[in-house]
Design a protein around this ligand. Structure first.
Ligand SMILES: O=P(O)(O)OC[C@@H](O)[C@@H](O)c1c[nH]c2ccccc12
Length: 260
């Protein structure tokens, strides 16, 4: 089994467990009773220029423990102060040491949109993201069928959440576009074997129509990387590890944004 399959299987177990405490009907009702979101994540990315989505990530299956000391609220506030456009919060507990509570607290303490970064395998996780205060959820194409991507995007639309649809190959770009994705994230890391190929963004960029937003994800850590992505007209970048390892996150983000 690839790590991606294990992550997806474990996400299904987590959902089954969560449903024993709060049923799908109850979480759906809770989510729908909240004020509808205003697609703030998507609207932010639509502004001219390159947007920066900065990630709060304590650990990952490819790198192990990245940040033994993980003052997530401070990190999120630093990102916001340094001009991040959005924040991505890992909520996967087993391999990424994330938590829904981190997302809830961060979303409550910053005014920029927050993305729930998890392995969405059930509509339950989308309603839960809304209840936790997220403005967006991640939908990873390789663990979903075409029909599911479409269905989950329409649940997001109903809640006013944005869907960041993640792809890694040509076929997945087609699947995302035919499901009606408005934000497509090209992951430079292959979640099946962790191999990195920053050229993936450049290759797949050509297939993504200009009415869909294009986000480049993973392995981005230098001004040179950012320069290349500006050249291919990326709408946003998603940066995790490089920022998590930086002692001075504000300074690093300023450098990457070209402000010093
Ligand atoms: O830490 P990096 O290499 O900057 O990558 C961030 C982000 O792209 C990565 O965490 C990620 C991209 N897609 C995912 C899907 C699930 C979990 C994590 C991810």
């Amino acid at each position: 089994m690839t790590i991606l399959e294990q992550l997806a299987d474990h996400a299904r177990e987590r959902v089954a467990q969560a449903k024993r405490n709060v049923s799908l009907e109850a979480i759906r009702r809770q989510a729908l009773s909240l004020p509808k979101g205003n697609f703030s994540f998507e609207n932010t990315l639509r502004r001219p220029g390159l947007s920066f989505i900065c990630e709060c990530k304590k650990a990952s299956p490819s790198k192990g423990l990245i940040a033994p000391d993980f003052p997530y609220l401070q990190i999120a506030r630093d990102y916001e102060e340094a001009g991040a456009d959005c924040i991505s919060v890992l909520t996967e507990p087993k391999w990424f040491l994330g938590s829904g509570e981190y997302l809830r607290e961060i979303a409550n303490s910053v005014s920029i949109p927050c993305l729930r970064k998890d392995f969405t395998v059930d509509e339950y996780m989308i309603y839960r993201a809304k209840v936790l205060g997220a403005s967006a959820v991640l939908l990873i194409c390789s663990i979903l069928r075409g029909g599911q991507i479409k269905e989950y995007i329409s649940i997001c639309d109903e809640l006013g959440l944005s869907a960041l649809v993640e792809v890694h190959s040509e076929d997945e770009v087609q699947a995302a576009l035919s499901a009606g994705a408005r934000i497509i994230g090209v992951n430079n890391r292959d979640l099946k074997d962790f191999s990195m190929d920053t050229d993936n963004s450049r290759r797949l960029r050509k297939l993504i129509r200009h009415d869909a937003l294009f986000v480049s994800e993973s392995g981005i850590g230098s001004a040179g990387d950012i320069g290349k992505l500006r050249k291919i007209d990326a709408d946003a970048v998603l940066i995790g590890e490089a920022l998590m390892r930086a002692a001075d996150k504000k300074n690093m983000l300023n450098e990457l944004r070209g402000i010093s």
